[in-house]
Design a binder for this molecule. Structure first.
Ligand SMILES: Nc1ncnc2c1ncn2[C@@H]1O[C@H](COP(=O)(O)OP(=O)(O)OP(=O)(O)O)[C@@H](O)[C@H]1O
Ligand SMILES: [Mg+2]
Length: 248
């Protein structure tokens, strides 16, 4: 089976500053792949290059063996690639239900005056997504008042509304307490298994990375420093020198 995602020699410069250089990655269907690297290594930029939020200066991106380089984010999303952002991307004044409903509607390409049975269907879909991400009891809460952990769960619900095959999560546990982190990772793992999702995520917390990642790509100053299984990466002296050493 071909990889679900293949990135070939992608480079991005911002006014001459090279943020990502010759980045390669392949992600197989069903895999839980992780990109790690120090602050400013280029992780979020790489995500934006994959999802179409940024256009590469050079290099190519393939999804399902189809080239998607330079494609608009909503087209990439329609093809089955969902994402969450490092900073939460929710509408703070809408309720939890409304936030997910907007995403469901947008994926279904419905307008707000569609006929009732379809509306009901989408309501059920919205509730079912809220249940999946553990927010059914918070459906009517105003999103901006949620705890940080719940806001991240909401983001996950929004990302799942497009029914993605590949889900990119940019630091899904950033800013969470250790307990929130454990809960979030259990939830993400469970959802990925239930839905047969392929995951590509970035993460600061090394315990999280080594507990769930099946393949790790280490970025350093915009370039791939190492790729491998968690144990290989953990033992890699270069990685220990530039990265793991810094965080311990
Ligand atoms: N739009 C931009 N214009 C100019 N420079 C940028 C832009 N976006 C990112 N950069 C720079 O590119 C580098 C990589 O940034 P990026 O946000 O991808 O890092 P990161 O690995 O996600 O870091 P963090 O761990 O802090 O989230 C940084 O030096 C950043 O300042
Ligand atoms: Mg980042």
């Amino acid at each position: 089976m071909p990889p679900l995602l293949r990135v070939e020699k992608v480079t991005k410069s911002f006014d001459g500053f090279v943020a990502v250089k010759d980045f390669d990655i392949t992600v197989e269907p069903g895999q839980m792949a992780c990109i790690i690297g120090p602050n400013g290594a280029g992780k979020s930029t790489t995500f934006n290059l994959i999802t179409g939020h940024l256009k590469p200066t050079s290099g190519r991106v393939f999804f399902h063996d189809r080239e998607i380089t330079g494609m608009a984010p909503h087209d990439v999303c329609q093809m089955g690639m969902g994402r969450s952002f490092q900073r939460t991307n929710i509408f703070p004044r809408l309720t939890v239900f409304e936030n997910v409903q907007v995403a469901v509607l947008s994926h279904a390409k419905q307008t707000l005056n569609f006929f009732t049975p379809a509306k009901r269907l989408l309501q059920e879909e919205t509730y079912s997504l809220l249940e999946d991400v553990g927010l059914a009891d918070e459906a009517q809460s105003v999103s901006g008042t949620l705890s940080y952990g719940f806001q991240k769960q909401l983001e996950l619900g929004i990302a799942l509304a497009s029914d993605p095959e590949l889900l990119l999560l940019d630091e899904p546990t950033a800013g969470m307490s250790p307990q929130e982190t454990t809960n979030a990772i259990d939830l993400i793992g469970q959802i990925a298994r239930d839905r047969g999702l392929t995951l590509l995520f970035t993460e600061h917390d090394m315990d999280v990375v080594f507990s769930i990642a099946e393949k790790i790509t280490v970025l350093h100053q915009g370039q791939v420093l190492a790729v491998g299984l968690p144990d290989e990466v953990r033992r890699n002296p270069e990685v220990q020198r530039v990265y793991l050493g810094e965080t311990e």
